[in-house]
Design a protein around this ligand. Structure first.
Ligand SMILES: [Zn+2]
Length: 179
């Protein structure tokens, strides 16, 4: 946000020890959007973040398995589901809900999981409806992770894991964590 990246070039020092294993401190479930690379946004270099990215920051079965692996096998204590303002995938789901476009079969796997969040956001009657949909989508994905796999649920119950949702604001650079 102050315009100064702490990430420099990758040096030999950075590479030392990587071969022996990884101990990332967070899983980021992010959007494939080119404007939201988590390593740059959070100033984190190699070995720090375990990232699952798909347009609309939803989680399918393979994504879930990746998250479970990071938590169970790598001992990762934090999962952050990060939506962002101006998300094209959420906008595509809104267009379908509003009847502006037909559901494109090629985009179905991206759009359909987001539709419940759009419908919930509509019920809030907020003025910033697009942001509300992005927030609701991140919240829903985070909430679903709590119940999608018993090992994640167990890790949360035992205090070894925290799953949170946030929204990256493209205009300000701020990352706003949600309740
Ligand atoms: Zn997006």
């Amino acid at each position: 946000m102050n315009g100064r990246s702490q990430l420099g070039h990758v040096t030999a020092d950075d590479l030392a020890g990587l071969q022996d294993g990884q101990k990332p401190f967070a899983v980021i479930v992010g959007c494939a959007d080119s404007r939201t690379p988590p390593t740059i946004l959070f100033n984190q270099g190699l070995g720090r973040l375990f990232i699952v990215r798909v347009a609309g920051n939803t989680v399918d079965r393979r994504g879930l398995a990746s998250i479970v692996y990071a938590v169970r096998n790598l001992g990762c204590p934090l999962v952050v589901v990060m939506g962002h303002t101006g998300c094209g995938a959420v906008a595509a789901a809104e267009a379908v809900v509003d009847g502006k476009t037909e559901l494109d079969p090629s985009l179905e796997e991206m759009i359909v999981p987001i539709i419940p969040a759009v419908l919930t956001a509509r019920r809030t009657r907020r003025n910033d409806i697009a942001v509300a949909a992005v927030e609701e989508n991140a919240r829903r994905v985070a909430a679903k992770l709590h119940t999608s796999d018993t090992s994640l649920q167990q890790a949360v119950d035992e205090g070894r894991l925290m799953i949170v949702a946030c929204v990256k604001e493209l205009h300000s650079g701020r990352v706003r964590f949600l309740d």
